[in-house]
Design a binder for this molecule. Structure first.
Ligand code: SAH
Length: 342
C-alpha cells in the first residue's frame, strides 16, 4: 500500500522523508506544494529528481476531479460532483452566507445508516473517505472558484462518526496552521446519533459544533424513518447529548426534518419541546426535501408555523432552515444518484 501524502501532518511528512533518506525539511516542501495545488509528484520541482522517483514508488497524491458542477441561478450556491482516484463519486456544496463561505462535504461514498428520507444511503455504503479526500473537496472548490472557504459542515454524504479516525484526522488537518488554518469553531459535524462515538468525540477536546439528526420526538416514530433508532433509544441519545454538553460546555444543534403527516403535528412539537427543554441546544427545523425514492412531502406552511410556535413555549432556540440552491437539487446524495442512473 502506497502512503497517501495529503492525509499527513507536516511532522508525519518530515518523518516519512527521513525514512526515505532525505532531510526533514523536505516534508515541509511537500506539505506546502500540496496546499498550493500540486497534484502530481512531477510538479514538485523543488525536490531532487531521484527523490521524486523514490517518492512515487512509495507514495501517491489522491485526486478529486470535478465531474459535474451546478451553479444556482438564485443564490450562487455551487454543487460539485467529484470523481475520486478510484472512479467513485462524492458530492459537496459551496454556499455563500453573510458570515462567510461554507462548504458542505461528504465523509463516505454512500452510507450504511439507511434513513428513509435520505438519498445518500439508498445504495448502501461503498467506502469511507480518507482525510485527504475530505480536504480535496474544499481545496478543489477553492481553486475552481478562486475563493476561500471559512466554514465547514460535515453534512454531505455519509455518517462522519462511522468513519471516526479519518474524520478526526481531517479536522486536525484543516485546522493546521500551515494548511487551511480553519478554526474548529467554524466546523460542524452532523451525526444520526452513534452514541458510543459521541462519547468518544466529547473526549477529543475539539471545539467543533455537534449536530444531531433527531427527526422524531419518540422511539416509535424515530424507528419508522431511522434504523439507528433500533440500536439506541431516544433516551440513550439525549443522555449522550447531555454528557457531551457537560463535558465540552458546547451547545448541541438538533436537526429535525419536518415531514408532512409523519412528525409535524402539534403533539409531536409538544413531545419534542419537553424532550429538549432546559438543554443547552439549538433546534433546526428543515422542511424535508422530497427524494425520488420515497413519497415524503414537506410540511405545509401553517404546520411549520404551529410547530415552531409550540416549540417556543418551551423556551427552546429554534429556526426554520433557509434553503439554498433550490434549483440545483442541493440536498445531499441526489446528484450522485442521478449520475449513476445514466
Ligand atoms: N449522517 C449524518 C450527516 C449527513 S446528512 C447525519 O445523519 O446527521 C445531513 C443532514 O441532512 C442530516 O440531518 C440528515 O438527516 C438530513 N437529511 C437527509 N436527507 C434529507 C432530506 N431528504 N430532507 C431533509 N433533510 C435530510
Amino acid at each position: 500500500m502506497k502512503t497517501d501524502l495529503l492525509s499527513m501532518f507536516p511532522e508525519e511528512l518530515a518523518e516519512f522523508c527521513v525514512q526515505l533518506g532525505q532531510p526533514k525539511y523536505r516534508g515541509k516542501q511537500i506539505f506546502e506544494g500540496l496546499y498550493k495545488g500540486k497534484r502530481d509528484l512531477t510538479e514538485f520541482s523543488v525536490l531532487p529528481k531521484d527523490f521524486r522517483e523514490k517518492l512515487s514508488e512509495n507514495a501517491f497524491i489522491p485526486t478529486a476531479s470535478i465531474k459535474r458542477k451546478l451553479v444556482s441561478a438564485i443564490d450562487g450556491t455551487v454543487k460539485y460532483l467529484y470523481e475520486l482516484h478510484d472512479g467513485e463519486t462524492v458530492e459537496s456544496v459551496f454556499m455563500r452566507y453573510h458570515h462567510g463561505n461554507t462548504m458542505c462535504i461528504s465523509t463516505q461514498v454512500g452510507c450504511r445508516m439507511g434513513c428513509a428520507f435520505c438519498a445518500s444511503t439508498k445504495a448502501g455504503l461503498v467506502r469511507s473517505l480518507m482525510p485527504s479526500e475530505m480536504l480535496l473537496q474544499i481545496l478543489e472548490a477553492e481553486r475552481d472558484l478562486n475563493e476561500r472557504v471559512s466554514n465547514i459542515v460535515l453534512m454531505g454524504m455519509g455518517e462522519p462518526l462511522d468513519n471516526y479516525d479519518n474524520v478526526i484526522k481531517f479536522l486536525k488537518l484543516v485546522n493546521n496552521e500551515s494548511g487551511l488554518n480553519i478554526g474548529l469553531r467554524h466546523i460542524s459535524l452532523s451525526t444520526c446519533g452513534l452514541v458510543d462515538k459521541m462519547d468518544r468525540l466529547a473526549e477529543e477536546g475539539l471545539p467543533i459544533t455537534l449536530s444531531v439528526s433527531l427527526h422524531a420526538p419518540n422511539d416509535e416514530k424515530r424507528r419508522q424513518t431511522m434504523p439507528i433508532a433500533n440500536k439506541y433509544s431516544v433516551k440513550e441519545l439525549i443522555d449522550a447529548c447531555k454528557r457531551y454538553i457537560d463535558k465540552t460546555g458546547r451547545r448541541i444543534s438538533f436537526e429535525y426534518a419536518l415531514i408532512s403527516g409523519v412528525n409535524d403535528s402539534k403533539e409531536d412539537a409538544h413531545e419534542l419541546g419537553k424532550l429538549l427543554s432546559g438543554m443547552l441546544c439549538h433546534l433546526n427545523l428543515i422542511p424535508v426535501n422530497p427524494i425520488k425514492e420515497k413519497n415524503f412531502q414537506r410540511s405545509e406552511k401553517n404546520a411549520i408555523k404551529l410547530f415552531t410556535e409550540t416549540i417556543e413555549l418551551y423556551k427552546i432556540n429554534v429556526t426554520v432552515r433557509r434553503k439554498l440552491g433550490a434549483d440545483i437539487n442541493a440536498s445531499c446524495g441526489q446528484l450522485r444518484a442521478d449520475d449513476s442512473n445514466k
